[in-house]
Ligand binder design. Structure first.
Ligand code: GAR
Length: 190
């Protein structure tokens, strides 16, 4: 059984979808822990409802090596998924989980990536730039924002009158459809 920790900062729709995907059937993967750096995040209710332990870890605690590695060891974590996680992952974590940390980004990287590009900001920038398509990128995490090796991308059309909210809704559908399956494939292909 591979034990996943999901790191999230916000609403947690991806976290919920991933947890359900691995709960609905034995796929050899279990979401064993959710870590969140914002106390008011929607992901708390979702993790609690689904019976997955959720821990608050502050921005400074994320960077404390013995604390973080201790928590991950305590929960037997083999693999880390960033799902709407807005903090930089410290280097010691990347070194401790080589090719075992993946992130989802709501654009077709390398477009609309980097510091400050998250969630709604990405979709607003896509519309502002007059893009005719957008999409999702699932990638390994390295020490640079949104620059790790790309594992998977999926595209969706952006229509001339689409608002950032319209684009967000389309991206959301792609995330729901693909993210859990790609995580499963990455883990099985290890
Ligand atoms: C998702 O759209 C995810 O792709 C994006 O934040 C949203 C989180 O939603 N991630 C980033 O922008 C990372 N730079 P959720 O909390 O409902 O899963």
């Amino acid at each position: 059984m591979t034990r996943i920790a999901i790191f999230a900062s916000g609403n947690g729709t991806n976290a919920e979808n991933i947890i359900k995907y691995f709960q609905e059937k034995d796929r050899g993967v279990e979401v064993a822990l959710v870590i969140c750096n914002r106390r008011d995040a929607g992901v708390y209710e979702r993790a609690n409802r689904l019976g997955v332990p959720i821990l608050h870890i502050s921005k400074s605690e994320i960077n404390q090596e013995s604390k973080m590695l201790g928590v991950l060891k305590e929960y037997g974590i083999d693999f880390i998924v960033l799902a709407g996680f807005m903090l930089m992952v410290p280097e010691f974590l990347i070194e401790s989980y080589p090719n075992r940390i993946v992130n989802i980004h709501p654009s077709l990287l390398p477009k609309f990536g980097g510091k400050g590009m998250h969630g709604h900001h990405v979709h607003a920038a896509v519309v502002e730039a007059g893009e005719r398509e957008s999409g999702i990128t699932i990638h390994y995490v390295n020490e640079f924002y949104d620059e790790g090796e790309i594992i998977f991308q999926a595209k969706t059309e952006v229509l001339p009158n689409d608002t950032p909210e319209d684009v967000e809704a389309k991206i959301h559908l792609l995330e729901q459809e693909h993210f859990p399956k790609v995580i499963e494939e990455v883990i099985k292909g290890e």
